[in-house]
Design a protein around this ligand. Structure first.
Ligand code: KG4
Ligand code: ZN
Length: 334
């Protein structure tokens, strides 16, 4: 089947549209909202307004890049959740009206499931069952992926997400939002073992990151008291050490999960999978342990509609459609 689907992503601060045809993504347009930088985090009301402003030009561009006319579409997909309610509603309302006016089916997508299925946009695809460490600004999960649409969360954060830990520690040292990529950048010139931060013990395959943030804040307060220029003079070492701690916590639980589930097909997904330290450490660990490691292309790590489109492809094949009464769900689970 060569069905053509338009997919819309609007769960947080990226407005994105993509077209998938017969399982091949043929366009992907992402408009990032820079308005949040000055506030140190995403402001939900501003995100909704920016989505409203961007959604029409982004969809037009995605269709144009794909060489597709609206009349050629077989279905419209949108992110149903999890995410910010106001932001999700912009995408879902648009998708519903477009599907209704064209008389074609509507497909609702789980954003976290889509992050994982980003691995099916290009070859090679992980083999089932695989284990995916999904790390974003809102989630930190260990997921056993049985097939495209059957996924089981076997561990998750009990408080902050790891992306949040990156962004909050970055904010403490005066870096703008989102701080994760900046920590990554400065860390490349620093010593990861310069400072040590304690791991917080958690049960089973679960994570906890709020304690790290507090330990980091206390450490900095003490150092800045001794030397007011401590942050300025040691930025690379500070970033490398905090990044090293966060990666160590993630990979410790990932290793535990591989043993518990006896799986050696390993993937990472979500915004934090763009982190160069995590990518490198996981590659090395994979070689040492004999795992097959799958790391997404940079453009498919952070939020994008290509991943929504590929998930929609699998849902279309199974005939999993929504009716027009479908509602956005900020806390949607698998
Ligand atoms: O998946 P995503 O784009 O949005 C959510 O679904 O949350 O993830 C965004 C998160 C932010 O916390 C951002 O700081 C983090 O991903 N991030 C990174 C890097 N690139 C993005 N964190 C660390 N290193 C990076 N290179
Ligand atoms: Zn995301």
């Amino acid at each position: 089947m060569n069905q053509t689907i338009l997919a819309i992503e609007s769960s947080c601060d990226e407005t994105s549209a993509a077209v998938v045809q017969g399982g091949k993504v043929i366009s992907n347009i992402v408009a990032t909202q820079s308005v949040h930088e000055q506030y140190g985090g995403v402001v939900p009301e501003l995100a909704s307004r920016a989505h409203q402003k961007h959604i029409v030009p982004v969809i037009d561009q995605a269709l144009k890049q794909a060489g597709i006319k609206k009349q050629d579409l077989d279905a419209i997909a949108f992110t149903k959740g999890p995410g910010l309610l106001g932001a999700l509603l912009v995408g879902s309302s648009f998708a519903k009206s477009m599907a209704q006016s064209l008389g074609i089916p509507l497909i609702g997508i789980n954003h976290m499931q889509a992050h994982i299925l980003a691995h099916f946009i290009d070859e090679p695809h992980p083999k089932f069952p695989f284990l995916c460490l999904t790390v974003s600004g809102g989630h930190t999960q260990l997921v056993v992926v049985h097939d495209h649409l059957t996924m089981e969360v076997v561990g998750e954060t009990q408080d902050d997400a790891v992306g949040e830990a990156f962004d909050k520690t970055a904010k403490i040292i005066g870096l703008p939002y989102p701080g994760g990529p900046l920590i990554d950048k400065y860390a490349q010139e620093g010593n990861p073992l310069a400072y040590e931060f304690p791991d917080v013990s958690t049960t089973g395959l679960n994570f906890s990151f709020s304690g790290i943030k507090t330990a980091f804040l206390n450490f900095l307060r003490k150092e800045v008291q001794k030397d007011p220029d401590f942050i300025k003079n040691n930025l690379p070492d500070i970033c490398a050490s905090i990044q090293h701690t966060l990666i160590r916590i993630l990979l410790k639980k990932l290793k535990k999960a591989t043993k518990q589930y006896k799986i050696s097909e390993i993937a990472i997904a979500g915004g934090v999978s763009a982190n160069s330290g995590l990518r490198k450490t996981l590659q090395e660990m994979g070689k040492e342990k004999g795992w097959n490691v799958y790391i997404p292309k940079f453009e498919y790590c952070t939020d994008n509609a290509a991943m929504i489109a590929i998930t929609a492809h699998y849902k279309y094949l199974k005939g999993e459609f929504e009716d027009l009464t479908v509602t956005s769900n900020p806390r949607l689970k698998f």
